[in-house]
Design a protein around this ligand. Structure first.
Ligand SMILES: NC(=O)c1ccc[n+]([C@@H]2O[C@H](COP(=O)([O-])OP(=O)(O)OC[C@H]3O[C@@H](n4cnc5c(N)ncnc54)[C@H](O)[C@@H]3O)[C@@H](O)[C@H]2O)c1
Length: 257
């Protein structure tokens, strides 16, 4: 039996990269997946995530959403429930970065990164929990939230101040929701990827950044989006029972060093 049969999931930022891999894996395990992204086509090229899922016989829907906008997130969850009846898994993955240190970061850059990476996650967690509270438990669970944090939410991200601060906040947001909503039978966990090769624009894939990541990573290769998708599948499925408030590292040992 598929691990996510009959489950309804939203994945933010699922048009590209890690979010796309999570959406594809969830769909392959039987979930109906809503792709919530500002754009539809992947940064790395190819078909849209929704088209790819539909062409392999799965069920997917793209809903144009900027997670920094509360009204858009509210409409996203409403549309998901109208179409599919409930929300079992909310994966908060969409994020941006600036590669600027404290001095280089303008107030506008700070507001935008925090607006997406922290306020956007707040919007998605809050709206998801509002929906989960309104639905009946299945197997003693009302719903699951998975927040994509980063190893750079636990140690500094050299030269990227707002990103690193936002990721630290996501780790704490995860613990807070796990504790405050355990009685409501809602679980909330985070996944902290190490260096994952995606088509992300900016300096993330510059040779210097890759060299730095290779030096920091004990495992003999850098990560792939599928590495993170496997961890997300575990946390989204009933295989993960009695697991809440964790920050699961998928980092090739970066944080162990
Ligand atoms: N790639 C890595 O090495 C790495 C490492 C640690 C953590 N992460 C985290 O993993 C997640 C995904 O990273 P990625 O490398 O796949 O990124 P990516 O840039 O390849 O993809 C991000 C997706 O989010 C979407 N997005 C951006 N802003 C949005 C918004 N306001 N509302 C909705 N969608 C929006 C983009 O359109 C894009 O499709 C992020 O949270 C990132 O911080 C990535």
């Amino acid at each position: 039996m598929a691990l996510l049969a009959k489950k309804i999931a939203i994945v933010t930022g699922a048009s590209s990269g890690i979010g796309r891999a999570i959406a594809l894996k969830f769909a392959a395990e039987g979930a109906c997946v809503v792709i919530a992204d500002t754009v539809e086509l992947p940064i790395e090229g190819g078909q849209s995530t929704a088209a790819l899922i539909e062409s392999s016989g799965g069920t997917a829907l793209h809903i144009a959403t900027d997670i920094s906008d509360w009204n858009a997130v509210d409409a996203l969850v409403t549309a998901t429930v109208t179409r599919f009846g409930r929300l079992d898994v909310m994966v908060n993955n969409a994020a941006i970065y600036t590669s600027t240190n404290l001095i280089e970061t303008s107030p506008e850059q700070w507001s935008r990164v925090i607006g997406v990476n922290l306020t956007g996650f707040f919007h998605c967690c809050k709206r998801a929990v509002m929906q989960m509270l309104a639905q009946e438990p299945v197997n003693d669970l009302r719903g699951r939230i998975i927040n994509i944090s980063s190893q750079h939410g636990m140690v500094a991200c050299p030269g990227d101040f707002p990103y690193s601060v936002s990721k630290g906040g996501i780790v704490q947001m995860t613990r807070q929701i796990a504790v405050d909503h355990a009685d409501d039978l809602i679980v909330c966990n985070a996944i902290a990827p190490g260096k994952i090769i995606t088509g992300k624009p900016g300096v993330a894939n510059d040779p210097d950044a890759l060299d730095y990541s290779r030096q920091r990573t004990p495992w003999p290769r850098l990560g792939s989006p599928n590495d993170v998708a496997g961890a997300a599948l575990f946390l989204a499925s009933d295989m993960a029972s009695y697991v809440t408030g964790i920050n699961l590292m998928v980092d090739g040992g970066w944080m162990a060093g």
